[in-house]
Design a protein. Structure first.
Length: 287
């Protein structure tokens, strides 16, 4: 069962939405949660081209940005602690001045699950189709499963405990690991779960594959689980199938690994990237 959650906090609206998700999940599963406040002074003060005579201005701007980041992290950690205390959740907070990827990698060793905001943790190398590269790399590291939470103020929906959980399953190693981790952490317990499988050859084969995944969850005590098998002509692309099914079901969360039968092996292949970019609900990922 889930015992501890690590949530990355940088003061962005994405990370605040992630904190709310982490606290609700910890409350439901009686887990502890750690809020990790992240400031990267080296990145703020990184060398950049400046015009002649502009070095003093850059130093002043860097100092202003550092002070602003410090104040923002102090405020978000205080708010996080207050919310956890009111909810009666066992919590801790930690502030780290380093790059997010290495910090989260080190801290996640002590925890079962990492929660990050979808549009937080930007790094010096920019974005990947509106998803920060740092989020990409945290998922790729595979140290712990990750829940990516959308911004609440950009159409994202908070996870609803009463809403179904949709699991995208294609029989691949990543999808199987994701399914097993969901079962072991207890995240699928006491809720309706739908296993979605798409098979390019036949709907019947898709349904059979989905049923094998259902059998695993039933052995782990998930009573309300149902397979959904789709043939290629019914579903469109894997991403369209996932997003469309989630909408029809009114899903509260999507879980997936690397999905698809078209050679998609990277965690940020076209299917996963499309779901990450377009989904308006939390996404559970395991590599």
């Amino acid at each position: 069962m889930l015992k501890s959650v690590l949530v990355a906090l940088d003061g962005s609206s994405s990370s605040i939405a992630g904190a709310s998700f982490a606290l609700r999940l910890a409350s439901r599963l009686h887990a502890s949660v750690e809020g990790l406040g992240l400031v990267n002074s080296d990145w703020i003060q990184r060398p950049q081209p400046v015009p002649i005579g502009g070095l003093a201005y850059k130093r002043a701007l860097d100092l202003k940005l550092l002070n602003s980041a410090d104040e923002r992290i102090d405020a978000v950690l205080h708010a996080f602690g207050s919310d956890a205390r009111r909810a009666g959740i066992t919590f801790s907070t930690k502030r780290i001045d380093a790059d997010a990827l290495s910090s989260i990698g080190t801290e996640s060793i002590e925890h079962d699950l990492v929660v990050v905001g979808r549009n937080s943790l930007f790094d010096a190398e920019g974005e990947l189709d509106r998803i920060p590269l740092c989020v990409d790399r945290i998922v790729r590291s595979g140290l712990r499963p990750v829940v990516v939470v959308p911004d609440a103020d950009k159409g994202g929906r908070a996870e609803n405990d009463a809403a179904p959980l949709l699991v995208a399953f294609d029989g691949s190693a990543a999808a199987s690991r994701t399914l097993h981790m969901l079962a072991l952490l207890g995240i699928a317990a006491e809720r309706d779960v739908h296993i979605l499988t798409q098979n390019n050859r036949s709907e019947r084969q898709a349904a059979a594959e989905a049923e094998r995944a259902c059998a695993l969850l039933r052995r782990h005590g998930v009573a309300r689980v149902k397979g959904v098998g789709l043939g290629d002509m019914q579903a469109g692309t894997p991403a369209e199938a996932i997003l469309g099914t989630a909408k029809v079901l009114g899903a509260g969360m999507i879980a997936m690994g690397a999905y698809g039968h078209s050679g998609i092996r990277e965690i940020f292949g076209s299917c996963t990237r499309a779901v990450l970019t377009e989904a308006r609900l939390p996404l559970f990922l395991h590599h």
